[in-house]
Ligand binder design. Structure first.
Ligand code: PLP
Length: 401
């Protein structure tokens, strides 16, 4: 069996967030009272108008293959979305649709990376970026954002990381796992660096665009720096904003030459995303957006609750992020302490394991996202559950000596 696994796959590790969810499910099945704050998906249901569009598509017989990278009506809806919400002008032949944001990103990497090509990934990062880069044959290069900067990439750190082998910079705003979002000025400063290095492409993952708080003005880099448009892939999708994680539709706008390469990958791998989901996504983008604001308000109230309660926990420090549905608190103040059962908290992985053991709260250790000693909470669940979970975290932190 040892030679079954390819060398490319041997470089990849399984998803840590999926592992935490599996462990929490196993404990719950064994009768433990478990609160899972590991999964990255909205608890809201897909809006009814979107479901109705999918049902209509089925009844109308729209159940055949479509173009490999998306049907014209959806590409047109995406073109209109980019124009309306981001001030970005794309032609339909500059749009790629795939079964989720994840395959959009993977198709771009597979289409462009040669062995040894470097991809700059700001840490803390979404767990899948490094492994997708490795699977595509590239080399992840990590640059770390400081907590004091809201975990965001500083221009001088970016500058120092760029080499002649750099192919891509991946940006993610608002961020999974920190919730941090880049302001127009911060993007402008990064653009100043990128302008000096014309060989570097930019992949911006805007999946959490619609989840921002306190009136944050969302912008994306091709909008802030139009001169970078010709080497920017703007990735987005319906999974998070429209509570459609299971429908599997992601999309991107970018230079035609890149989009052509990505279509070639899709045409020989997945073929088209599900036709029914594409009709649903057309309705998501073209239909009413009225539910976004109340849902955002609910997420903001949850963020406020979680940030406030965690900052009242002994030894935990929780920054107040601009968006997404994650917080990324520090457990620096708990390292070296001992649990009542005699375990020394040496790092964030021991912290999350012992928290799950003692109080039944499942969160993900910061080491999975490339920055310790932190942990990630997904607060896409009710305030009552969050209050109970944060109370348990407070109790666990207070129990350490
Ligand atoms: N990008 C980020 C930052 C994410 O957090 C996720 C999902 O967790 C994705 C992309 C992938 O989204 P999708 O479910 O559409 O593949």
């Amino acid at each position: 069996m040892s030679d079954l696994q390819s060398a490319a796959l041997a470089r990849v590790k399984p998803s840590a967030t999926i592992a935490v969810s599996a462990k929490a499910r196993a404990l719950a099945a064994a009768g433990r009272d478990i609160i899972g704050l590991g999964a990255g998906e909205p608890d809201f249901d897909t809006p009814d108008n979107i479901k109705a569009a999918a049902i209509k598509a089925i009844n109308d017989g729209q159940t055949k293959y479509t173009d490999a990278d998306g049907m014209p009506a959806l590409k047109k809806a995406i073109v209109d979305k980019f124009a309306r919400e981001n001030g970005l002008t794309y032609d339909v032949n500059q749009i790629h649709v795939a079964p989720g944001g994840k395959p959009v990103i993977f198709n771009a990497l597979v289409a462009t990376l040669n062995p040894g090509d470097e991809v700059i990934i700001p840490a803390p990062y979404w767990v899948s970026y490094p492994d997708m880069v490795l699977l595509a044959g590239g080399e992840p290069v990590f640059v770390t954002g400081a907590e004091a900067d809201g975990f965001k990439l500083r221009p001088e750190v970016l500058e120092a990381a760029i080499t002649p082998r750099t192919k891509w910079l991946i940006l993610n705003s608002p961020s999974n796992p920190t919730g941090a979002a880049y302001t127009r000025l911060e993007l402008h400063r990064l653009a100043e660096v990128l302008r000096l290095h014309p060989h570097v492409w930019i992949l911006t993952d805007d999946m959490y665009e619609h989840l921002t708080f306190d009136g944050f003005e969302y912008t994306t880099i091709a909008q802030v720096a139009p001169d970078l448009y010709d080497r920017t892939l703007t990735v987005n999708g319906v999974s998070k904003a429209y509570a459609m994680t299971g429908w599997r539709i992601g999309y991107a706008g970018g230079p035609k030459a890149l989009i052509d390469l990505m279509r070639k990958v899709a045409s020989q791998t997945t073929s088209n995303p599900t036709s029914i989901s594409q009709y649903a996504a057309v309705e998501a983008l073209n239909g009413t957006q009225a539910f976004l604001k109340p849902r955002n308000d609910a997420f903001q109230a949850r963020r406020d609750l979680v940030v406030s309660m965690l900052n009242q926990a002994t030894g935990i420090r929780c920054p107040n992020p601009e968006g997404a549905f994650y917080v990324y608190p520090s457990v620096e103040g708990l390292i070296g302490k001992t649990t009542p059962s005699g375990v020394v908290i040496t790092d964030d992985e021991v912290f999350t394991t012992e928290l799950l053991e003692a109080e039944g709260v499942a969160v993900v250790q910061g080491s999975a996202f490339g920055l310790s000693p932190y942990f990630r909470i997904s607060y896409a669940t009710s305030e009552a559950v969050l209050e109970e979970a944060c109370g348990r975290i407070q109790r666990f932190a207070a129990s350490l000596t």
